[in-house]
Design a protein around this ligand. Sequence first.
Ligand code: AMP
Length: 302
Amino acid sequence: MELLVVGSVAFDSVKTPFGEVKEVLGGSATYFSTAASFFTNVSLVAVVGEDFPKEHVDFLKSRNIDTTGLVRSAGKTFRWKGEYTYELNEAHTLDTQLNVFEKFRPSLPQSYKDHKVVFLANIDPDLQRDVLRQINAPKLVACDTMNFWIEGKRESLIKTLKLVDILIINDGEARELSREPNLVKAASKIRELGPKTLIIKQGEYGALLFTNNNVFSAPGYPLESVFDPTGAGDSFAGGFMGYLANSMNLDDDNIRRAVIFGSVMASFNVEDFSLNRLKSLDYQEIENRFRDFRRLTHFDDI
Ligand code: AMP
């Protein structure tokens, strides 16, 4: 099924212990849609400024991503600047410039309005609801957010969460949102806010999936070369939602497989800066790493 995403398309400036890049292609919707495009058709809703080069739009189109909903407005593209220390799990935001996102009120193209699967990537929760309101009968709605919005727009975020089936956030964000340090208790509190399925990402340590009666734990893939964690969360969400939208099977076993596909996409993304690794990736590599994950976690009963 077609998958619709709203989120940021950005210029990122990132410093890690292994190098530094300035004003490269980034943004939650960019990473998400690129990762998801390996599994299903994706329609993008976002805004960029006059400074956004055609070459980046061409790249999205080359991944078969529908960019009818990618608006170009007067002003500058969203910019994010972040830094990672050797503790690669946590991004330290140095600067966020919303720019054209500040006034963006999307009007969805007619062709997007019947989409059934929606991902509200990390962006202003008001904007997330604006988009959701325009979709006729969504069947599956998932969402991401970050500390910037949990701290700055908590009430609005809680309104968004009421409308969401699946929430995908990292451990620090889960603690901050629930105001509860223990992750299992935090999960219960968050699930009471709306999303009955919750994924808590733990960076290089993997991800936890909470559904009605079950918890599933996926490891992080043990990688030798990690260059830049930026976009890992969005690539995870892209692999996860892309696989679910393609299979449209929401039983626990399939959601577990989707978590592994999410982990596979995140593990590739961190191997290089910006979207460079996703640009060179092919589907056979994805399948091979999915099988590696199976071997990695398999053990026999006594
Ligand atoms: P992650 O997958 O969590 O590493 O997300 C990284 C992406 O989030 C970067 O490419 C940024 O451009 C984008 N980003 C950072 N801060 C924000 C924000 N406040 N709103 C929307 N997108 C953001």
